[in-house]
Design a protein around this ligand. Structure first.
Ligand code: ZN
Ligand code: ZN
Length: 410
């Protein structure tokens, strides 16, 4: 067997939709002008895909795990660890991660501002640095700033448990005590409480906060953890499949999924994760990665944002920009590459949130059969030769089309 072909998976976030009344009961994909996405359908093999399983509404995290071939029911341990990994804190199996807010408390430990006067970088960078590496007995606290007033906390040590309640009161109220939710979680809850208390001691007189007070701003004098989750025991992508891999994504959570699965995450100036993402820059980054890696996953977020905003016209425009990206991919891919066009879930614009509908899927490779599907959309793809598959089936199919699969039997 030769080395096998390369694989590029393009995940267009929240792309699939339902029949939209204001579009004459068509989907945004059916309305958009997208000759390049359609070129892949015409020259490829299509189907529809239940990313988790029929009728299950996926989050972007569980769906990307499934698309990478990991059963989310086995490896998904909550958002905390994947968000922490998104900002660069990648723990070992058993480490516990929390999502946090920098907040303002009075000296009676009452929260008076849950966002600390909408603090952001670089103030949060310095404050996170002041807390990073704090020792809590045998446990080490690792802290990193995230977007705006947010941060990630990771506790490292042995015998940690994610079954602890939040220290964040989720309201303007007294800071909560983290309580163990299982008998073996007492030490973790105690570490959380000590961390929160000491964060106040460290931050209240920090020069950044003294300056903020002098400027009439709220000090970020405490860090409030919530949403504990344990890092899963996950087989790294490279050892699971024997392929080197990169992830190109602007969204922190998706970067986190990629990092926890062992993909190298590409920081690209053009990859912002908003609707203003420079899609061509993202295509360039993906093509560049394909030169040195066996597998590249890219996520483009814009269509999901348009859908959450309930804006079908913007979604159509985003699809047309995705089409320009598809053109760059079509013209730039090394010959023989296996390309998958897919979505991580549907986000119907009229619903404004994810749905459990299957997503359209097209797999293109030079020697793949052309199944007669002429358009990349929800309806046309349903008539394709791939039929209806699940998200976890995608990797085995791609690996086989890349001539990398092992024979079962003699
Ligand atoms: Zn998504
Ligand atoms: Zn979404």
């Amino acid at each position: 067997m030769d080395d096998g072909k390369k694989i590029l998976v393009i995940i267009m976030d929240g792309l699939g939709d339902r029949a939209v009344r204001s579009l004459g009961y068509r989907t945004p994909l059916q309305c958009a002008n997208k000759p390049n996405l359609d070129w892949f359908a015409v020259n490829g093999t299509s189907g529809i895909m239940d990313v988790i399983s029929p009728g299950v509404r996926p989050g972007s995290d569980t769906s990307h795990l499934a698309l990478l071939g990991y059963d989310p029911y086995q490896v998904y341990t909550g958002r905390g660890p994947f968000e922490a990994a998104g900002v660069g804190l990648v723990g070992k199996a058993g480490d516990v991660a929390f999502r946090c807010n920098f907040a303002t408390v009075d000296d009676g430990m009452n929260v008076i501002d849950r966002r600390a006067g909408r603090i952001k970088e670089p103030d949060t960078t310095e404050l996170a640095k002041a807390l990073d590496g704090m020792r809590l007995g045998d446990i080490t606290a690792v802290v990193k700033e995230a977007t705006e007033h947010r941060a990630a906390l990771m506790l490292q040590g042995s015998g940690l448990s994610p079954y602890v309640s939040d220290a964040d009161p989720h309201a303007l109220a007294t800071v909560s005590r983290s309580e163990p939710l299982r008998p073996n979680a007492a030490a973790t809850a105690e570490a959380v409480n000590e961390f929160v208390h000491r964060s106040y001691e460290v931050l209240k007189d920090h020069p950044v906060n003294r300056r903020r007070i002098a400027e009439g701003k709220q000090p970020a004098n405490i860090l409030l953890p919530r949403g504990a989750g344990v890092f899963p025991d996950i087989q790294p992508f490279e050892s699971k499949y024997g392929m080197s891999a990169s992830g190109v994504a602007g969204v922190s959570l998706i970067r986190g999924i990629c990092r926890v699965c062992g993909l190298e995450v590409i920081e690209d100036a053009g990859c912002t994760g908003g609707t203003d993402t420079d899609m061509n820059a993202k295509a360039c980054a993906a093509l560049r990665e394909l030169e040195r890696k066996d597998f590249v996953l890219m996520n483009v977020k814009a269509t999901d944002i348009n859908s959450h905003d309930g804006d079908p016209r913007s979604k159509i425009e985003s699809i047309e920009r995705l089409d320009a990206m598809a053109k760059a991919i079509r013209e730039g891919i090394p010959s023989g590459t296996v390309v998958a066009l897919a979505a991580d879930h549907c986000t119907p614009v009229e619903k404004g949130d994810h749905s459990g509908d299957p997503v359209p899927l097209t797999i293109y490779v030079e020697n793949g059969i052309k199944d007669g599907v002429a358009s990349y959309d929800e309806v046309s793809c349903a008539r394709g030769a791939l039929g209806r598959i699940r998200g976890v089936d995608l990797m085995p199919i791609l690996i086989d089309k890349a001539d990398r699969s092992e024979k079962f039997g003699a």
